[in-house]
Design a protein around this ligand. Structure first.
Ligand code: 5GP
Ligand code: ZN
Length: 114
């Protein structure tokens, strides 16, 4: 999608510290980290929110989570723990409308979330 920030990052039109790329997903460092590790994993394809997933997206949604877990493991977070966050629409605070899984770790998280 032409005016989507994360589509532009996927295509390399806007710089980002990319840490993973495959046929379906791209991961990069969050520009405003909320934890010692704060990565974003996005599908290459523009899908605005989790509300927009259809049955044909099951494999892609699963891959997004598997890549998130693999990157967390790669960074030594698997054992101590980490958090995946997918904010959806206004009440959750979504600001970029291209699905992204936040991978947060390296500090103790609180619950309930803010
Ligand atoms: P949301 O609030 O939509 O769940 O998360 C959007 C995330 O994108 C935020 O954590 C924000 O810091 C991050 N972000 C916004 N603009 C940029 C950017 O230009 N580059 C990178 N790497 N991250 C961004
Ligand atoms: Zn997009």
């Amino acid at each position: 999608m032409a005016d989507c920030l994360f589509c532009k990052i996927v295509k390399g039109e806007i710089p980002a510290k990319k840490i993973h790329e495959d046929d379906d997903t791209v991961a990069f460092l969050d520009i405003n980290p909320q934890a010692p590790t704060h990565l974003l994993v996005v599908p290459r394809r523009h899908i605005p929110t989790l509300n927009d997933l259809g049955p044909d997206d099951d494999a892609l949604a699963g891959k997004l989570l598997r890549v998130a877990a693999a990157l967390a493991k790669e960074r030594g977070l698997a054992g101590r723990g980490w958090r995946a966050v997918l904010n959806t629409n206004a009440d959750a605070g979504q600001t970029v409308f291209h699905i992204h899984a936040h991978v947060l770790g390296g500090r103790r998280m609180t619950w309930p979330p803010g």
